[in-house]
Design a protein. Sequence first.
Length: 291
Amino acid sequence: MNLNVIEELKNLNIDKISIGIKPFVSSIIVLVLAFILIKLIMLLTAKTIEITKFNEQREKTLKSIVDSVAAYFIMTFAVLTIMSEFGLIKKATILTGAGIFTLVAGLGAQNLIKDFINGFFLLFERQMKVGDFVAINEKFFGTVEEIGLRATAIREWSLTKIYIPNGEIKTLKNYYKEKSRVIIEVIVPFEQNHDEVEKALKDVCSIINEKYEDRLYRIGNTNYSEFDLVGVISLDGLQGGAKYIITGVVLPHYKWSIRNRTYETVLRIFNERNLKIGYPRIWFNKENPKH
């Protein structure tokens, strides 16, 4: 065989190998650059929050959104670029919105589109922000840590982190939205003197209003926010006493701490004045112990 022909065949094989390797090398480079760019954006948004310090909760929410959108956009662009390297789509398609739509539709990602749409409305309507304590679908309770276009992440009391697709969020309770009402129920045995009990509970209200004045919701009518005794709302035979209610409106982040402090104050005042707290009682028929 002619040596020139052999040499040409060798060069042809080398060219084929190099052509076959090129898409893989390009794909790896694209992925590495995509991850580096995402990390840089996340670092930039974090540094921005440290420098500005305007409203920490709102800034963390904005960071979560920016990071999420940037990650989706960059990874989508990277996937389209890799697909074009392998000749699966035309390079011109990458620069058009139709390319992204084609990719999503091709994957049959109906749930993904639903998550994005629902996530958009959650963010646009500002139904929650990072740091809020929420109840989702009456099933998941926790503090919001991340809000993205696809999913929302909350941290439960057990410190378990749960990711919930936005498309599955049907009901949302936000306990940290502007203001929160604290409701204190106190059951007192029927034989206790009503006037003494009422006086003790009103004193509890005065103590809480004075001690935690800076945590009351003070916008508008100030009397509306202060702790006050509603009075007796029921006579509960099963609990063995009259049920009194105390209410107050506080800044939402202090709801549970002030509730706990109020119950502690009730116990302390009742102990000091020899007043009793009601508890369930079982009544027996002396003639027939079974009843």
